[in-house]
Design a protein around this ligand. Structure first.
Ligand code: KG4
Ligand code: ZN
Length: 325
C-alpha cells in the first residue's frame, strides 16, 4: 500500500491506496475553508499552522496499516511553499521511520488522476484543469507524456469566482457561493465582454472580466448581486467554451475530461457537455468529492510512479512551489 499526503493549499488530507487493486483503503480530508473564509482567501501562514495540527491527527488513524506500506507519496509541487513543506516534512519523517522510499507527486498530475480513483487509467485524453491555482488545457498521451497547450495569462477560473465572491462579501471559497447565487439571477442583465474574444490566441485571462464585475458591484447594490453572479458565471464559462471551440478546429476531441475544484460547477459541466456533443466525444469527470484537493488523487498518481520504480530517498525531495506539470 501507499500512504499519500496532500497539503498544497488549504486541505489537509491523507490516503492509503492498495498498489495492485488501486482500492482506496483509507481517505480523510480536513478542510480549512471556514478558517480562511473571514479573510476572503487562503492565508498561507494560517494554512501552514492548521496543517501542522490536522496532518498528525489524521496520520494517527493510519497507524494500523504502517507495516503494509511500501512508499510514502507527497505533493511537493506546485502550491504554497509554507503548506507544501508541512506535508513534505511529514513524508520525510515517515520515510526515515519506516525505512521506505518517498514518491514526490505533482499536484496537477494528481488532479488528472482524480478521474481514475479505484479505476484503471484511460489515456489519451484532453484535460481542462480548472482550479483555484490553474486554468490549463492539457494533452495527456500517457503517464509520462502530458503537454500543457493553453494556460491563463493572469487569474484562474476558480480564483476569479473567489475574487468575485470576496467583492460581494460572500466568503471563501467563492465557487460554490457564486454558483448558488447565480441560480436566482438573470444572466442577460449586464453586457460583460468575453475575455480575449477577438484574439486568435488559445489562452485564458480573467483579470479584465474581474474588473468588469468590480465596476458592476460598485454601481449596484446587494439586490443585484444574483444577476451579477449569473452574468459573471456565464461569461467566465463562455470564455473557456470559445477557446475550446478554437482548439477543436485543429484537434478534434475524442475523450475529454474536466478536473480541479471548479470542475464541480454544474453550469460549466453542462456547457462543456453541449460543446462535445456534436463531436461525439465522451466526457470524463471525477466524482464530486474528488474534484477539490484530496490525497486520494495523489495516492492514485503515486501508484503509477511506484510501479515504474520512481521511489526516491527522503533527502532527494524538494519543494517546488511554482513548478508546472
Ligand atoms: O482544486 P482546488 O481544490 O484547489 C486548487 O488546486 O486550487 O480548487 C479550488 C478552487 C477554488 O477557487 C474554488 O472557488 C473553486 O475551485 N470551485 C469552484 C466551484 N467549487 C470549487 N469554482 C466554480 N464553481 C464551483 N462550483
Ligand atoms: Zn488542486
Amino acid at each position: 500500500m501507499i500512504l499519500a499526503i496532500e497539503s498544497s493549499c488549504d486541505d489537509s488530507s491523507i490516503s492509503i491506496t492498495h498498489i495492485e487493486t488501486k482500492k482506496l483503503i483509507y481517505h480523510k480530508k480536513i478542510s480549512q475553508e471556514l478558517e480562511h473564509s473571514k479573510y476572503g482567501g487562503v492565508v498561507p501562514e494560517l494554512a501552514s499552522r492548521l496543517h501542522a495540527i490536522a496532518l498528525p491527527a489524521i496520520l494517527e488513524e493510519c497507524k494500523p496499516w504502517f507495516d503494509q506500506l511500501k512508499a510514502i507519496a507527497v505533493t511537493n509541487e506546485p502550491g504554497l511553499a509554507v503548506t507544501l513543506i508541512e506535508g513534505v516534512t511529514m513524508a520525510k519523517a515517515l520515510s526515515i521511520a519506516l525505512d521506505i522510499p518517498v514518491l514526490p507527486i505533482n499536484h496537477l498530475k494528481g488532479h488528472i488522476y482524480s478521474l481514475f480513483i479505484e479505476k484503471e487509467v484511460q489515456f489519451p485524453l484532453t484535460v481542462l484543469l480548472v482550479s483555484g491555482g490553474h486554468t490549463q488545457l492539457i494533452e495527456v498521451q500517457s503517464h509520462e507524456v502530458m503537454e500543457t497547450v493553453a494556460t491563463t495569462m493572469d487569474d484562474s477560473y476558480g480564483e476569479s469566482f473567489d475574487k468575485v465572491a470576496k467583492m460581494m462579501g460572500l466568503g471563501y471559497p467563492g465557487g460554490p457561493l457564486i454558483e448558488k447565487l447565480a441560480h436566482s439571477g438573470d444572466s442577460s442583465r449586464f453586457a460583460f465582454t468575453v475575455p480575449l474574444w477577438q484574439s486568435p490566441l488559445i489562452a485564458f485571462s480573467y483579470s479584465g472580466l474581474k474588473n468588469q464585475v468590480r465596476l458592476a458591484v460598485e454601481a449596484n447594490d446587494m439586490a443585484d448581486y444574483p444577476d451579477i453572479a449569473a452574468v459573471f458565471q456565464k461569461i467566465a464559462t463562455e470564455h473557456l467554451i470559445q477557446k475550446l471551440k478554437k482548439y477543436f478546429k485543429s484537434t478534434k476531441p475524442k475523450c475529454f475530461a474536466i478536473v480541479g475544484g471548479a470542475s464541480a460547477n454544474i453550469y460549466l459541466r453542462n456547457e462543456i457537455e453541449a460543446l462535445l456533443f456534436p463531436h461525439g466525444a465522451s466526457l470524463l469527470l471525477a466524482p464530486l468529492e474528488y474534484c477539490s484537493d484530496n490525497a486520494a488523487m495523489i495516492g492514485r498518481a503515486a501508484v503509477e510512479e511506484y510501479v515504474r520504480g520512481h521511489g526516491t530517498n527522503y533527502d532527494a525531495i524538494t519543494v517546488n512551489p511554482r513548478c508546472k506539470l
